[in-house]
Design a binder for this molecule. Structure first.
Ligand code: GLU
Length: 318
């Protein structure tokens, strides 16, 4: 009898779908960056509003960053990921870290916040501009980060300074504030949205400065040549002790997936943000100036996933 009741119970639960959730994962970056809370914000909205409609639960993973995420999507280890728009472009076209291996199945859902290549240094390191870092111990980003990809590109372009002229470190972004405080590094690069907990941590534990990159010829050439780079400014006062604006260049954080992901899931993941945009914007200060139209900027619309297109068309934005 007992057996019979249990049997009936599990059939009932299965038929209501209680045990039949599908799971989707979003690959992000280090926990103190902006990708991780962004993945969290997207999943929270999706799970709150569309878990039942899709019978799907969304979960977020901290990862090595852009390059890792795109490779993991390609290998089927992640369903979605956040990646820098320069890395997205290079992956699709088989350039940079993806040289000779274009990933034509890569699809964009939307872009999210702007990211700026941020050069954080100890104030007492003596580094006042890009060229002063010669001979210093500098973190360029962990392997698999979009960070490392962008910094490598900058140094490759630069005629006066190469990566051989600095002591290259490759710690994870989340380890950098402590390493800076402990004098294990003199500075680190981070392509990230602002404000970020990571640089707040650094500024609160040691005197830091942020170095402008607008006077670096290699940066000027890259911004002029590449469709995915644009100038931006980190306002004065955003981080403790940095009382001047910092002019540098950057990209857009982009939510990506593959052409194998079904239309319905992508459609509802897009709606999670579009239909609850004000709520989304309150979830992180890096989204402060975002408009819905901005979500379509920074990528080639031919790369857009049909599920995302459908949701943007319904909003009258496409
Ligand atoms: N843009 C960084 C990267 O791809 C990650 C930034 C973040 O986690 O917010 O390496």
């Amino acid at each position: 009898m007992k057996k019979l009741i249990l049997g009936a119970l599990s059939v009932a639960m299965l038929s209501t779908g209680a045990f039949a959730y599908k799971y989707i994962s979003i690959g992000t970056g280090g926990v103190t960056g902006v990708y991780y809370p962004t993945g969290g914000a997207i999943c929270r909205l999706f799970n709150k509003y569309y878990k039942s409609a899709t019978n799907t639960k969304c979960s977020v993973e901290s990862t090595g960053g852009s390059v890792y995420n795109i490779n993991a999507i390609k290998n089927g280890e992640l369903d979605f990921g956040i990646a820098q728009s320069d890395v997205v472009y290079q992956a699709y076209h088989g350039e940079g870290k993806f040289k000779g291996k274009p990933f034509k199945g890569l699809r964009v859902v939307m872009t999210i916040h702007p990211e700026l290549l941020t050069f954080v240094v100890r104030k007492d390191s003596g580094i006042k501009n890009f060229f002063d870092q010669k001979g210093h111990r500098i973190n360029i980003g962990n392997p698999g980060s979009g960070n490392e990809a962008a910094v490598t590109m900058l140094f490759n372009k630069c005629k006066k300074l190469s990566l051989k002229d600095i002591k290259v470190e490759q710690l994870k972004a989340s380890e950098c504030p402590n390493a800076l405080k402990d004098k294990k590094i003199d500075g680190y690069y981070y392509m990230v949205g602002h404000p970020t907990a990571n640089i707040k941590d650094a500024a609160n534990s040691v005197d830091i400065d942020l170095i402008s990159l607008d006077n670096v010829p290699a940066a000027q050439e890259l911004v002029a040549e590449k469709p995915y780079y644009a100038w931006g400014v980190i306002p004065a006062g955003m981080y403790k002790g940095v009382n001047h604006p910092t002019k540098t260049y950057g990209v857009k954080a982009t939510l990506v997936t593959s052409d194998k992901m079904d239309e319905k899931t992508v459609y509802y993941l897009t709606k999670a943000i579009l239909d609850h945009f004000d709520q989304f914007k309150r979830m992180h200060p890096a989204y402060k100036n975002l408009t819905k139209k901005d979500l379509l900027k920074g990528f080639d619309l031919n790369m857009m996933h049909p599920g995302a297109k459908k949701a943007f068309k319904e909003e009258g934005l496409l």
